[in-house]
Design a protein around this ligand. Sequence first.
Ligand code: ADP
Ligand code: GLC
Length: 471
Amino acid sequence: MEIIHVSAECYPVAKAGGLGDVVGALPKYQCQAGHIAKVVMPMYRTKFLYENEWTVDFKGSANLGNWFFDYTIIKEPTNKLGFDLFLVDINGLLDRQKVYGYDDDTERFTAFQIAVVNWMRNWEHQPDVVHCHDHHTGLIPFMMQYCYDYQQLASVPTVFTIHNGQYQGWMGWDKSRYIPRWDLWKRGMLEWGESINPLASAVKCAGKVTTVSQSYMEELRYNSNGLEKLFEYERGKCQGILNGIDNAVWDPQTDKYLTHHFGVKDVTEGKQKNKELLCERFGLDVNKPLFVFIGRLVGEKAADILPDAIKSAVHNTQAQANFLVLGSGETQVEWAFQQMVEPYKGIFNCVIGYDETLSHLMYAGADFLLMPSRVEPCGLNQMYAMRYGTVSMVRSTGGLQDTVVDMGDTDGFGIRFNQATVGDVDYSIGRAVSVYQDQEHMKKMRQYMMQIDHSWESCVEQYINVYRSLR
Ligand code: ADP
Ligand code: GLC
């Protein structure tokens, strides 16, 4: 099958979070399974762009409302990522340093989607499926079906995957003129509430809708930032497929970001060496259990409760634990962590920013990974942690509840709690500090979780079945 993935992120080209990891891996494993998977995404000013050679695949022009723009599709010619990669260059609009966070993101991603559909319309053949990811690509199923200019694509099946239903890409109706000439009777297919809602539109228009875990699929029906009724109504075409992890990138035996590699057999010694590096660099005590948090410092991740939870746990365990945080996001949360560095010297440290290399060292060297998320559609961190023998401490929600078994249950290897509160996190840290005293138990849990199979191979088959059901 020929599958066209359309996404705002794709690792290693541009990544802001888990979406990038998934779109960098799923197509690769689809190609390895004998399909032709391609990725098309915006051309940002990233390191990957400047470090690679590109060929021009197509040049075209289109309109965003009254604004006429030229676009260029460039291609990475060597297939070095394991799939064909196409970037859309729209001068001045997409070629920026960051993926998101600009005032004109609506214009940027709407123009991107128009360029993609415009380009596909010019192909001599049709792909078997167009697979769109998250709201930045959510208008594509609508445009392929209801825009007069793209009627050649109306019969091409579309799949939409929700990685995060909290962000929906809302646009006022004044922006409806951005969408190329469309059948006005179909207004309802764009709308939710008072505005154009690209995520809701994709749920209505795509042939199939998937999300990244079974539990999150159910959760969307009672907690989806206003779309609950829509998910209830469309439940027949919705399916949860748990993400995999890219075992070629995330392997403690070969990880290119690590100096000390390890496997199941030498997990204790291997992790210790990585922990020593971390503790030395961040002034922490290597003899105490090391708790880490890696992620966006936003409400969804419940990062805001961590400063108080950590202070409380330091007090309750008589400082028997060390903490290291890596992330960026809301200013007040960043500030709260930074304020703790001096008073908690030797116990707590943080890096405010994004650092891929450090994140790998943290998965490898930590004893425990904290994930108190209020919302977590899948969560990849806990799966990376497992592969690196790090015990995940997660709130029972979404994909976290589908992947982590509490150590109190049969074959358990993690710590689960119910509320994103200081009390639950503090109590769980207490449990972790106790189990850390039993190094034999820790070793058994580590060895067990490292062997759990979260590879993409089995997920690929589930996606192919979704595509086939549309033909
Ligand atoms: P989300 O996509 O909601 O942020 P996921 O758990 O799916 O959460 O994926 C997060 C990904 O981003 C992981 O690969 C994680 O290691 C990475 N990540 C998040 N924040 C940072 C950071 N500050 N530095 C490096 N990597 C990060
Ligand atoms: C989103 C979700 C995260 C998920 C990722 C990849 O960013 O917040 O839970 O793992 O997408 O699907």
